[in-house]
Design a protein around this ligand. Structure first.
Ligand code: C2E
Ligand code: CA
Ligand code: CA
Ligand code: CA
Length: 281
């Protein structure tokens, strides 16, 4: 028994060491990734349910790892957040999106009244120079704020509500808009929803997944849509994968969809070719 106990511990210690090594290795690999630009963008279209046409698009990060290939953000965003590195990465993504929009504008491919959505983590939103950095990056690429929407989560907004409201209001004056991401998974309270200067809520894909089969999800989604209606907010349904889901949602006329039913996140060049065309001159 003693023997096996020792073996047991040894194995346990070994696996802990591996864990720790993995974290140290992940951290150093992510630092390299930031320095040598291993992060790439994908762009997922958001479709207007009524017209079936392109309405907006979201920029999503991927890590193009030298050995592992494309790595999903689900595998590294959490670590970037806990290590503080997310602030650098969110800024890289924002710069990348600004460069992309700048190129689209120069060829006349940027549609009128079109916005690219960019995700912000809490620590990016909370940094004291957030507003200033956004303004100077936009200025650097000669872009109006009307090209960009930022997606923030309820958690990030609630952590420092008054401060966040102030920041959003300043950027709103310059044409930027804000969406509440992953809606329904956080601490949804109607009083703060009313106070936040947002234009849009994105219903989390976990509520869309079983929409057709689960009466509770149906009721929840219907009430989120009713609340959004009352507050004059646009609704985006995330994770729309089937015609049935789209048809159910389409009962509510004014919804936008994002999901594999329409497209996966695309290479920016593929998005450009499929959804945008140079303006005829
Ligand atoms: P999110 O902001 O909720 O983004 C939507 C996620 O849903 C994306 O996952 C997208 O690929 C996925 N998705 C879209 N349509 C469907 C569908 O029909 N079915 C399913 N099952 N999934 C769908 P992705 O690209 O893996 O990103 C995961 C999360 O990583 C994002 O969730 C966001 O929270 C975070 N993230 C991605 N890029 C950035 C970034 O630049 N900065 C920050 N801070 N977070 C990011
Ligand atoms: Ca998002
Ligand atoms: Ca989500
Ligand atoms: Ca999210």
């Amino acid at each position: 028994a003693k023997q096996s106990g020792r073996n047991c511990c040894q194995i346990f210690e070994e696996s802990m060491a591996t864990e720790a090594n993995n974290l140290v290795q992940l951290e150093s690999e992510l630092r390299t990734a930031i320095q040598s630009q291993q992060f790439v963008l994908r762009v997922q279209p958001i479709i207007d349910g009524q017209s079936g046409k392109l309405a907006a698009a979201e920029a999503l990060i991927r890590w193009n790892h030298p050995e592992r290939g494309m790595v999903s953000p689900l595998e590294f965003i959490g670590f970037l957040e806990s290590s503080g590195m997310i602030r650098e990465v969110d800024q890289l993504v924002f710069v990348e999106v600004c460069q992309y929009i700048h190129a689209l504008r120069s060829t006349g491919e940027m549609p009128e009244e079109f916005r690219f959505s960019v995700n912000l983590s809490a620590s990016t939103l909370h940094r004291s120079d957030f507003v200033q950095r956004v303004e100077s990056t936009l200025a650097q690429y000669n872009l109006p704020g009307t090209c960009i929407e930022f997606e923030i989560t309820e958690g990030a907004a609630l952590q420092r509500l008054d401060e966040v409201i102030q920041k959003l209001k300043v950027l709103q004056l310059q044409g930027l808009t804000f969406a509440l991401d992953d809606f329904g998974t956080g601490y949804s309270s109607l009083s703060y929803l009313k106070r936040l200067p947002i234009n849009k809520i994105k219903i989390d894909k976990s509520f869309i997944k079983d929409l057709i089969f689960d009466p509770q999800d149906e009721a929840l989604v219907a009430s989120v849509i009713a609340i959004a209606d009352t507050l004059n907010l646009r609704v985006v349904a995330e994770g729309v994968e089937s015609e049935d889901q789209a048809a159910w949602l389409n009962c509510y006329s004014d919804i936008w969809y994002q999901g594999y039913l329409f497209d996966r996140p695309l290479h920016p060049e593929a998005f450009r070719e499929k959804y945008l065309q140079p303006q005829q001159t």
